[in-house]
Design a protein around this ligand. Structure first.
Ligand SMILES: NC(=O)c1ccc[n+]([C@@H]2O[C@H](COP(=O)([O-])OP(=O)(O)OC[C@H]3O[C@@H](n4cnc5c(N)ncnc54)[C@H](OP(=O)(O)O)[C@@H]3O)[C@@H](O)[C@H]2O)c1
Length: 169
């Protein structure tokens, strides 16, 4: 059984991005993201891909766009969310991956939420200005299974790694 997971870091006010970038720099969160997603298919919107600026190594990068001429030699490019799930499932089956990760951004999370079985959420414990916002989960459909609080190494920003599983779809 392949699990579909959302992975997101959001501020206390649910902001996830500003001007196409992450509003914060939390090295431990980037490490956590890498450890979880390594070896798996990752699905992202075209804007998130361009904000990262390159395919993430060691993962099957799947970009969703409505632009039929969009092309990237090192990534799979698909034209709707269902096609992204299909591409990810095919890769996962062939390569023995148990997880598909939805890595953003806001527009893609919105579509993914009804398909996800699991959510890896980094709660950044501060408000931020931004133009991309994560839609709050309907908590009655989700159960928190773990929560680990951390203080950032270099700043006074604290954050928690929270894992939730879906109770019902
Ligand atoms: N904090 C976090 O964890 C996190 C994670 C990821 C991203 N972010 C931030 O989020 C922001 C980007 O989010 P965003 O909502 O603006 O953009 P996005 O979701 O990354 O990408 C949106 C684009 O994806 C394509 N797309 C989305 N749904 C589609 C569909 N059903 N069919 C075909 N194409 C589809 C379209 O591309 P075309 O315009 O090419 O048609 C659309 O413009 C950035 O600031 C980024 O840094 C934060």
């Amino acid at each position: 059984m392949i699990s579909i997971s959302i992975i997101v870091a959001h501020a206390s006010n649910y902001v996830i991005g500003k001007d196409g970038k992450l509003p914060w720099h939390i090295p431990a969160d980037l490490k956590y993201f890498k450890e979880l997603t390594y070896g798996s298919p990752i699905i992202m919107g075209r804007k998130t891909f361009e904000s990262i600026g390159r395919p993430l190594p060691g993962r099957h990068n799947i970009i969703i766009t409505r632009n039929s001429e969009y092309n990237n030699a090192d990534c799979a490019v698909v034209f709707d969310f269902q096609a992204a799930l299909k591409e990810a499932s095919n890769f996962a089956e062939k390569n023995g991956s148990s997880d598909i990760y939805i890595i953003g951004g806001a527009e893609v999370y919105k579509q993914a939420i009804n398909f996800a079985d699991k959510a890896y959420i980094t709660e950044v414990h501060a408000d931020f200005d931004g133009d991309a916002v994560f839609d709050m989960l309907d908590i009655s459909n989700w159960k928190e299974i773990s929560r680990d609080y951390h203080a950032n190494e270099t700043t006074d920003l604290s954050y928690s790694f929270v894992v939730l599983t879906r109770i019902s779809k």
